[in-house]
Design a binder for this molecule. Structure first.
Ligand code: NAP
Length: 315
């Protein structure tokens, strides 16, 4: 039987509506949440992502500010910019769009962001809060994955979860969230032996690898929930045919654009999985929705003393 498609666009729009209503309440209380996005230089992909983030703020009612220092900026100057944002009360969230130019020490910059404003959840203080189950800011994509599971009524507690990928931004934090949700979690990577065999144990399989269609049906236990985090652009005809042979709709858009977006999971997996996130339209939309949610959370946590009711709700 074909898998249930977990519609990320629908779930993201539910979250955005909830966040917008919260923003309205906060703004009426004189505490409009604010997000600063730092976009260094002119990386085309980063420009698209940042445009999406700023647009989403506008739709939801969050104040946003885009800072665009030049490609040539030094680590010191960027540090100064981040420190200024740290001090500004109306800025609740600071997002430094990655990647940064090679002369900039990215780790130093990410470490300089006030953990209370770290809406990406990458600061070691927030990583520590997540692993010790204290309130903090959780990376957006992993938080979005847990929302997909929760809002689709897919149980996590007691389930076997396998995460393929151990990056700091996806693999590790999603594994930690699944552990915190009482799943039994295995984290796999490029040195894992018998990857298909390990993956077949999963009731919940999360693929965060960055390899187009690598997870084929041999990796999946029938009926499992499959979360496909991958976003890979396929431009080669042979690769396209391996993934989408016979798919007329994809064929049409591939011909028109010369490329197509595919996850880390082969489309054939939807024939045996119980539920699956599509690419596009699965995990992707949740990332921005959770950024909005994190900005509101950061505002409530940081300005909590001035908003006792909101702070109590958060606790
Ligand atoms: P990453 O930092 O490159 O990490 C990839 C992970 O996959 C690594 O842990 C690597 O293992 C593992 N891996 C690579 N090849 C493997 C193989 N053949 N077998 C087993 N494991 C393998 O990537 P990332 O930043 O986590 O992103 C992963 C994917 O998610 C990418 O496609 C990215 O574009 C996408 N993504 C999507 C969103 C979204 O909003 N939807 C957000 C973030 C990322 P080692 O550690 O051993 O090298």
């Amino acid at each position: 039987m074909a898998a249930i498609i977990l519609d990320g666009n629908k779930i993201a729009s539910e979250i955005r509506a909830e966040v917008a209503s919260e923003v309205k309440t906060m703004a009426e209380a004189g505490m409009r949440p604010g997000l600063a996005v730092v976009l260094v230089g002119h990386n085309p992909a980063s420009e698209i992502y940042v445009r999406g983030k700023v647009k989403s703020c506008e739709e939801i009612g969050i104040y946003s500010e885009k800072l665009t220092p030049p490609d040539s900026i030094s680590t010191q100057d960027l540090l100064r910019l981040v420190q200024q944002l740290n001090k500004r009360d109306e800025i609740d969230g600071i997002l430094v769009q990655l990647p940064l130019p090679s002369q900039v020490d990215s780790k130093k910059i990410l470490m300089a962001v006030d953990p209370a404003k770290d809406v990406d959840g990458f600061h070691p203080v927030n990583v520590g809060f997540l692993s010790t189950q204290r309130p903090g800011l959780v990376p957006c994509t992993p938080a979005g994955i847990l929302e997909i599971l929760k809002r689709s009524n897919i149980p996590v507690a007691g389930q076997e979860a396998v995460v393929v990928g151990r990056s700091d931004i996806v693999g590790k934090p999603v594994a930690m969230l699944l552990i915190n949700g009482n799943a039994t979690v295995t984290v796999c990577h490029s040195k894992t032996r018998d990857l298909p065999g390990v993956c077949r144990r999963a009731d919940i399989l999360v693929a965060a690898i960055g390899r187009a269609g690598m997870i084929t049906r041999d990796f999946v236990k029938p009926g499992a929930t499959v979360i496909d985090v991958g976003m890979n652009k396929v431009t080669e005809r042979a690769e396209f045919d391996r993934l989408f042979a016979g798919n007329a709709k994809r064929e049409e858009s591939f011909r028109a654009k010369g490329s197509t977006l595919v996850g880390d999971v082969h489309p054939e997996v939807s024939e045996i999985a119980g539920a699956i996130t599509p690419v596009p339209g699965g995990v992707g939309p949740l990332t921005i929705a959770m950024l909005m949610s994190n900005t509101v959370k950061a505002a409530r946590m940081r300005r909590g003393a001035r908003a006792p009711a909101l702070a109590a709700e958060h606790a």
